[in-house]
Design a protein around this ligand. Structure first.
Ligand SMILES: [Zn+2]
Length: 424
């Protein structure tokens, strides 16, 4: 069995950039590793070369609820001219694996494969059935990946009561005099994408415009950007803040302060788990310099906390005003799992067994993951890619970033934690 960092590097060398992804070769590589462990993986495709790999490891106690561990094989694209190394070179240098997918999320796929290989090679078997799913198409919504499996092949996940995916299981704070605190994601925020179309009066660019829709749209964009965000305190964020502060914290401003002041690069991500965010991400109007266009449009990416969807919708429509047309382009409801039950405890225990004294607390992930699909099958879903990250390493910036890379030691740590977890 290859070391985990080499599996990660091998996976990076397959170009699975999405959109336009082709996951077949990466999936066949994964399937060959699984077959080499004595497992019986199946390849499933919603469209040619959009390949998913699923296998089941039979546990010794078939009556126990099964566990799904899932990861996506596709990545976002990378522009080689901006990188220090080639994003698909799979280089291992300075104790790190470099390349697109190193943290999102070929690292997790490699850790899961290495942990499974190690467990089975030692002659051990998990107590419960463990289903492994390595999927296509997460980066453009998962329709050909997790969505396809959940809709067309739900039988593959029979008996699965919990699902582990991205993004969580890493230490958000490591005080020099104390144990690190790991944050495990128990929720993904909801998503609403809007298009706002402002109509006006088209005309010649040489005359004073009667009603230039770009001006009206610009006002809307500024209003959306200036709107104050209501900070809420979801219970997982409060618990994480209490853990980090070592005392009771409950006031929104205090919780926000604790989560953003002692967590270095994680501050922005954690702050986003405490409010509904609204970002204008695309605008467009006109196609000629001497024509005032008849309409202008903006696209808005909104991520909302559970319970804040109606308020968000009202706000967007109010800011757009009566003269604009507001269309909802995409909606994904939030997924929320428990942070007190046996599954959360198992993850926390696996971390503590590997790193005695370490602590784990729940948090709300600021984005969305394939957990939204698997949650539809009634599973509890978590973000758990366990890694002990060195201080100074800007993990959040690695996601979709230039020079994405992951420390080899973090991968090895994750492999060991996953092996412990799979035995529970
Ligand atoms: Zn991802």
């Amino acid at each position: 069995m290859k070391p985990v960092e080499e599996i990660c590097a091998d996976l990076i060398r397959f170009d699975t950039s999405n959109p336009g992804a082709d996951e077949r070769d990466a999936a066949e590589y994964v399937a060959a590793l699984l077959a080499g462990m004595g497992l019986d993986p199946v390849l499933l495709e919603a469209e040619p070369r959009r390949t998913n790999v699923v296998t089941r490891i039979e546990g010794t106690e078939p009556g126990l609820p099964a566990l799904l561990v899932q990861g996506h094989l596709d990545t976002v694209p990378a522009d080689p001219s901006a990188w220090t190394v080639h994003p698909r070179g799979g280089e291992i240098r300075d104790g790190q694996v470099w390349g697109r997918g190193a943290v999102d999320m070929k690292n997790a796929v490699a850790m899961t494969l290495a942990a499974t290989g190690r467990l089975l090679a030692a002659g051990a078997r998990p107590r419960r059935d463990i289903v492994l799913a390595f999927v296509a198409d997460e980066e453009t919504g998962g329709v050909h990946g997790a969505g396809y499996l959940v809709n067309e092949h739900p039988e593959l996940f029979e008996g699965c009561a919990a699902c582990l995916g991205e993004v969580g299981g890493f230490n958000v704070a490591s005080p020099p005099d104390g144990p690190p605190t790991f944050a495990i994601s128990v929720a993904d925020k909801g998503l609403r994408w809007y298009e706002i179309v402002q109509r006006g009066i088209a005309g010649h660019g040489s005359l004073a415009a009667l009603d230039n829709p770009i001006t009206g749209l610009a006002d809307t964009v500024l209003r959306l950007a200036a709107a104050t965000r209501t900070v809420a305190v979801p219970e997982p964020m409060r618990l994480l803040a209490c853990e980090l502060a070592g005392r009771e914290v409950s006031e929104p401003a205090d919780v926000l302060d604790v989560l953003t002041s002692g967590t270095g690069p994680f501050g922005r991500m954690l702050a986003a788990g405490m409010s509904t965010t609204v970002n204008v991400t695309r605008v467009g109007a006109g196609d000629k310099e001497n024509v005032v266009p008849g309409e202008a449009w903006a696209r808005v990416d909104c991520r909302y906390l559970p319970g804040q969807e109606d308020e968000l919708d009202r706000r967007i429509r109010a800011e757009a005003g009566p003269s604009a047309e507001v269309r909802l382009l995409r909606r994904t409801p939030p997924v929320v799992s428990d942070h007190t039950g046996e599954w959360f405890d198992r993850m926390a225990e696996a971390l503590r067994d590997e790193l005695p004294g370490s602590r784990a607390a729940p948090y709300v992930f600021s984005g969305g993951t394939d957990n939204k699909w698997f949650g539809r099958l009634g599973m509890r879903t978590y973000g758990f890619t366990p890694m002990l990250l060195p201080s100074g390493y800007d993990y959040p910036a690695m996601f979709h970033g230039v020079d994405e890379r992951v420390p080899v030691e973090a991968l090895r740590f994750g492999e060991r934690v996953m092996e412990r977890l799979m035995c529970r």
